[in-house]
Design a protein around this ligand. Structure first.
Ligand code: GDP
Ligand code: IMO
Ligand code: MG
Length: 467
């Protein structure tokens, strides 16, 4: 049971004691931030807030399939590859080895930021071990979706799956290979023989010419070379010097290739384990893992979604929550909060706390439903079924809760929340088996209730000042 469950019947929390004000110094640690549902939980907003206290923000998996929104007084930013800490001067942003990099899309993002006056220079580095996305990956992604018909995954079409497939098949081309033109060309030459065969014979689509792709990528190499380094050494040295690191997850636990609703998942380790394999930082260096969950559920693309609402309630959530994809613009499917899904995230990630976002979107709902389990035949599931057939055909078991009529939008203090909202949050803590550290009540930085700073998690180190 989490601390919010300690609220009294009047809705007053007995737990909320802000440590900053209480005399104990904050001791910042290394924090993994991950999605606890199917992505788009508001990771970008939370990373942006917490990056104020971080020396480094590192992305460890995924690619430009991600769309992380940050809104501050200077405008709206949607990050696909660049970590959401880039808006702070003095914070180094890293693309780790576990990411798949589309250099064209990355350069576009760097240019857009620079146009808005955000520096992307020495503060931004890319792992030489990260894998590249090549034009044939995107073509294969699109063609294979097409050929799947009604079984399609609904990918973002960014070439993510095919690039990770090449990595595992040991024919991937690394970001570091951009710095060795002959090696790059040899690998490209070999790969295109096979890829073009697939594209032409199987998928009956256009093929690629080695020279054209080579020239295009050498242009990218010129632009990116000063950013390509051994990020594993850099990160571990920084940690040795007590620098504070945020590991920024993309996607969500239920899109993780191992723990998600396979095969309707993305092709990387979005869960907390990926933070180690995707950066080369050992698990003993990580102090805490925070899961981000919306106060309801959404999903983009195909795949099982037990609490999905296809009625007025669902359309209401979609409209009020502006649930349209940050990367593809597709409408997100919406449904009630599913505690089976979030509890699964608590377990497989070892979550130490949760940030609950978009509470304001539930303002005005007369009644709310919380899914506490799934029924399939005579079986009641309290944990995530691995069987896709069960997940697709199960019926959610709901607990009904009274909604609230007063607006929570922009609320910054827990005590100001309506009592029904406090009860809803307390029940979520209980069902998710994880404490809530942050509550988000709007898309802007300030529209946040900080119950406890999750960065204050160091298990080992004395407080050091920032670099
Ligand atoms: P991410 O992929 O997890 O970073 O999430 P996205 O950026 O794709 O989607 C989250 C959307 O919700 C963005 O448009 C955010 O600006 C917005 N958002 C984040 N937190 C809140 C919140 O508490 N309330 C509302 N109304 N919007 C929020
Ligand atoms: P952020 O980081 C939501 C979904 C796609 C599709 C599946 C596989 O913004 O939370 P892919 O292109 O990765 O092979 O598609 O995963 N998906 C996301 N859904 N948010 C994301 O990222 C997603 N990234 C991929 O819609 O169902
Ligand atoms: Mg997103």
């Amino acid at each position: 049971m989490g601390p919010l469950a300690l609220i009294s019947s009047s809705g007053q929390s007995h737990f909320f004691v802000p440590r900053q004000a209480g005399g104990l110094p904050l001791v910042m640690g290394n924090l993994v931030i991950i999605g606890a549902q199917w992505g788009d939980e508001g990771k970008g907003k939370i990373v942006d807030i917490l990056a104020r206290d971080a020396d480094i923000v590192v992305r460890y998996q995924g690619g430009s399939n991600a769309g992380h929104t940050v809104i501050n007084e200077r405008g709206t930013y949607i990050f696909h590859l660049i970590p959401s800490g880039i808006l702070y001067r003095g914070t180094t942003c890293i693309i780790g080895n576990g990411v798949v990099v589309d250099p064209g899309s990355l350069i576009e993002e760097m240019d857009q930021l620079q146009t808005k006056g955000i520096a992307v220079g020495k503060n931004f580095v890319i792992s030489q071990r990260a894998h590249l996305i090549l034009p044939y990956h995107k073509a294969i992604d699109r063609a294979s979706e097409q050929s799947k018909g009604s079984r399609k995954i609904g990918t973002t079409g960014r070439g993510i799956g095919p690039s990770y497939a090449d990595k595992m098949a040991r024919i991937g081309i690394l970001v570091g290979d951009l710095l060795n033109p002959q090696l790059f060309k040899n690998k490209l030459d070999e790969n295109l023989v096979e890829m073009n065969w697939f594209l032409e014979r199987l998928h009956k689509v256009e093929t690629f010419q080695v020279d054209k792709v080579f020239d295009q990528y050498m242009g990218y190499a010129d632009r990116l070379k000063s950013h390509i380094v051994d990020t594993t050494i850099l990160l571990n040295r920084a940690i040795e010097k007590n620098k504070t690191v945020i590991f920024e997850g993309a996607q969500g636990t239920n899109l993780d290739v191992d723990f998600g609703t396979y095969p309707y998942v993305t092709s990387s380790s979005a869960a907390a384990g990926g933070a180690c394999t995707g950066t080369g930082v050992g698990p003993t260096m990580i102090d805490a893992v925070m899961g981000i969950a919306k106060a309801y559920s959404t999903r983009v693309g195909s795949g099982p979604f037990p609490t999905e609402l296809t009625d007025e309630d669902g359309r209401g959530l979609q409209e009020r929550g502006r649930e349209f994809g940050s990367t593809t613009g597709r409408a997100r499917r919406c449904g009630w909060f599913d505690s089976v899904v979030v509890r699964h995230a608590t377990v497989v990630n070892g979550l130490t706390s949760l940030a609950l976002t978009k509470l304001d979107v539930l303002d005005g709902c007369k009644e709310l439903k919380l899914c506490t389990g799934y029924r399939h035949g005579n079986t009641l599931y309290k944990t995530m079924p691995a069987d896709l057939e069960v997940l697709t055909n199960c019926v959610p078991v709901y607990q009904r809760m009274k909604g609230w009529t007063t607006a929570t939008t922009g609320t910054t203090r827990y005590t100001k929340l309506p009592v029904e909202a406090k009860r809803y949050l307390a029940r979520i803590e209980e069902l998710a088996q994880c404490r809530i550290d942050m509550i988000s009540t709007g898309s802007k930085r300030a529209e946040t209730i900080m119950l406890r700073n999750p960065m204050d998690c160091s298990r080992r180190r004395p407080k050091r000042s920032r670099k």
